[in-house]
Design a protein around this ligand. Structure first.
Ligand SMILES: [Zn+2]
Length: 357
């Protein structure tokens, strides 16, 4: 069965003993499903072998691979993966043109006020950034909607990659811990002096109740048992702690538009693709209380450009958005004000109750 429309070559077959069947939805347990796409290949990094089928759950409308890579074979999917670039921090202003210098000074003012940071130079007028469409989301999103820094507060980033976010969080005085299965990415993070453990979240279970904030940024779609991962997160958080989570949204405008070429599918690394309602239900069942939505249209232009490149068999990492992609993102941004179900990503903050019921 080699019905893929991709122009790129498929780098061989996935080993047969490295596959496992998935009989029920990993999100809700429902067994009813239908085929969404057959013949999917790795058209993002052109490195993972295999041809994949994505099915849609008839219970919660999540999508999942069946069959999928076994945990033992999964490293095959991560050759040429991308988490190795050098991290970035808000830089000094010496080399910036005056307009960018002003922007940075205002942004620092906002960060200092909102997160309890101490960046220089900063202007108190920066609080006005909150009123510029898209800017507030950009600044908040870069710091994953952290609360104001808590003295002695600890942030855990699960799947921390090269440590970019942890480096930012440390710069505003959080104590930071990461875990990362990829040895190269881990080495890059450790070179920054970060406390990064090998492997996944399971390795941290001896530290239950120790973390104020846990972040899962584009991680939950990579794990075989998302319910178990969220239960681990819940146990690791202090009472009143919070989880930041972002993952591609299978009900997004981009998926509707680009279908099997949508950048968010990324087979075979993305094992499960959720939507707002499915994820919220799963979080509720895992014990979380209040859930804040942080839908944004900011990422739409880049995702549209990548999806278009995938559609034409080109390298999506080189793709540049078109003017039309920006216009569509403005329209989407307006729509999201009253209905966020079509955002490209599900982005939320879920709170662990102060007292467990
Ligand atoms: Zn389901």
């Amino acid at each position: 069965m080699r019905a893929s429309p991709a122009k790129a070559p498929v780098p061989g077959d996935w080993p047969a003993d490295g596959l496992e069947r998935v009989r029920a939805c990993p999100v809700c347990g429902e067994t009813g499903r239908h085929v969404l796409y057959e013949g999917l290949t790795d058209r993002v990094f052109f490195s993972a072998p295999g041809v994949w089928t994505l099915v849609a759950c008839e219970g919660c409308e999540s999508a999942y691979l069946d069959p999928r890579p076994t945990p033992e074979a999964l490293p095959l999917a991560y050759q040429n993966y991308f988490t190795h670039e050098a991290p970035t921090l808000p830089a000094g202003t010496e080399t910036l043109a005056w307009a960018r210098r002003l922007k940075r000074t205002l942004a620092n003012g906002y960060r200092n006020r909102r997160f309890g940071a101490h960046f220089h130079p900063a202007s108190p007028l920066g609080v006005g950034v909150a009123w510029i469409p898209g800017q507030r989301v950009k600044l908040e999103g870069a710091l994953r909607y952290l609360p104001r820094v808590i003295p002695g507060g600890v942030v855990l980033d699960v799947g921390c990659g090269n440590g970019d976010f942890l480096n930012r969080a440390r710069a505003i005085d959080w104590t930071v811990v990461g875990c990362e299965p990829d040895p190269e990415a881990r080495a890059a993070a450790r070179a920054l002096g970060l406390d990064v453990r090998a492997g996944g979240i399971e390795g941290l279970m001896g530290e239950a109740g120790c973390f104020d904030v846990i972040t899962l940024n584009h991680v939950i779609e990579h794990v075989p048992d998302p319910r178990h991962t969220l239960e681990c997160v819940f146990a690791l958080l202090k009472p009143g702690g919070r989880l930041y989570l972002e993952t591609p949204n299978i009900q997004s405008d981009g998926h509707r538009r680009f279908g099997r070429s949508w950048r968010g599918l990324e087979p075979p690394r993305h094992l499960v693709l959720m939507n707002w309602a499915a994820l919220e239900r799963l979080l509720g069942e895992s014990g979380f209380g209040l859930i804040e939505h942080h839908a944004s249209a900011n990422v739409y232009p880049n995702l549209a450009a990548s999806s278009r490149a995938i559609e034409f068999g080109e390298d999506s990492r080189e793709a540049q958005p078109r003017a039309g992609d920006y216009w569509r993102s403005y329209g989407l941004g307006v729509k999201l004000l009253w209905d966020d179900r079509a955002s490209e990503f599900v982005t939320l903050v879920a709170h662990k109750p102060m007292t467990e019921s």
